[in-house]
Design a protein around this ligand. Structure first.
Ligand SMILES: NC(=O)C1=CN([C@@H]2O[C@H](COP(=O)(O)OP(=O)(O)OC[C@H]3O[C@@H](n4cnc5c(N)ncnc54)[C@H](O)[C@@H]3O)[C@@H](O)[C@H]2O)C=CC1
Ligand SMILES: [Mg+2]
Length: 340
């Protein structure tokens, strides 16, 4: 079958184009690799690969005691696989995750079929559960690793078509799966979650679930229902969880959150009327919810939690969107105090 001219031309190009800004060319390059299997195969040969073992990423400890994701070249991975007696065919399972600022395509690969300790020894790294690894990594590197894990998990759980029950096939980049029998195309999925830092103008509202570590309070959050807007989801969640009606919703920022599975977190600030701040907590959802003053929050932001010694109030870690919302609120409170 004749391939479209666009794909033939793009197949010749195995590096990002230099005609536009480096960001634009990288984005277009990654998009092209998703569409063109041959270009993607070529990009893998020159690309970097992040290894996972049963969804735990391979990290390396630097000389100064910090952690970074172990970045291997394709030939590094080939020699690790050969040393462990694998024929290297599992490289076909690598999934495209992006393109580095050095214009190198980035892939992830789960080698869960191999002996974990042997791969660690051969690749000079350690596989660490993402719940720990995510917080050990610098904030700039954690999202790439969590994206890799999310894509690998999605492939593992979408092997069969929900309509026909037949096996699905992936494209080279791993950006979609296809069922020949039902002609269904599957794309990676994530659940939308609305998270709000609610304030009454002077205090902010935080809640805790029974599963949270002792002392931890966070912004209120909930999965968006089908058909809801972000605003509707926030109003419903806050009403359900603490019995309040919010207004003046303003969007802040978003993040991909890998726990427990892929969520697309949409973070907002919201207000309640100072006359209606009485909480009616739904104990089936939250163990507790409380109003906190800016002084309490400022103190809590300065506390470094130590193992076995939880402070009275412990806030979400820096990598979490809720932490960002809390910091934005504190900054805005101090600014308005300074301006008053
Ligand atoms: N990154 C961050 O800063 C924050 C992240 N989160 C994350 O947001 C997520 C949602 O927060 P929750 O308060 O637990 O949500 P929630 O208040 O909606 O309660 C969770 C319950 O919602 C139901 N549910 C509805 N749709 C679901 C879906 N697509 N997937 C799973 N469960 C669904 C389930 O019964 C589940 O037990 C959590 O996974 C949490 O880790 C929460 C707060 C801050
Ligand atoms: Mg909730």
């Amino acid at each position: 079958m004749l391939r479209p001219l666009r794909l033939l031309l793009s197949g010749l190009q195995t590096q990002p184009s230099r005609c536009c800004s480096s960001f634009v060319s990288r984005m277009r390059y990654v998009n092209r690799l998703k569409e063109d299997d041959e270009a993607c195969t070529a990009a893998l040969k020159d690309g970097s690969i992040f290894l996972f073992h049963r969804l735990s990423p391979l990290l390396r400890c630097t000389d100064v005691g910090t952690f970074s994701p172990a970045t291997l070249t394709c030939s590094d991975v080939q020699s690790v696989l050969q040393r462990l007696g694998s024929d290297g065919s599992s490289l076909k399972e690598a999934v495209l995750i992006g393109c580095s600022e050095q214009n190198q395509a980035q892939f992830c690969l789960d080698v869960g079929e191999l002996d974990q300790a042997a791969v660690e020894e051969a690749s000079q790294g350690t596989f660490i559960d993402l719940r720990k690894a995510f917080f050990l990594l610098p904030a700039a590197e954690a999202p790439l690793v969590s994206k890799g894990q999310a894509l690998l998990r999605w492939h593992q759980s979408t092997r069969f078509c929900g309509a026909s029950g037949q096996p699905t096939q992936r494209n080279r980049a791993g950006s979609q799966r296809f069922c020949r029998s039902s002609s269904t195309v599957y794309y990676p999925k994530m659940s939308a979650v609305a998270v709000a830092l609610v304030s009454d103008g002077k205090r902010c509202l935080l809640g805790r679930q029974p599963s949270f570590p002792r002392g931890l309070y966070s912004a209120l959050a909930g999965f968006c229902d089908m058909g809801e807007t972000l605003e509707e989801a926030l109003c419903r969640e806050v009403a359900e969880e603490v019995g309040l009606e919010i207004q003046s919703i303003s969007y802040s920022s978003s993040q991909h959150w890998p726990f427990p599975h892929s969520s697309f977190m949409l973070g907002c600030h919201a207000l309640v009327s100072p006359a209606h701040t009485q909480l009616c907590v739904d104990c089936s959802e939250l163990e507790d919810a409380r109003w906190f003053t800016v002084d309490e929050i400022t103190r809590a932001l300065q506390v470094k939690p130590r193992r076995g010694d939880p402070p009275i109030l412990w806030l979400p870690p820096k990598h979490a969107l809720a932490n960002r919302l809390i910091r934005e609120w504190v900054e805005q409170q101090w600014q308005s105090k300074g301006g008053a």
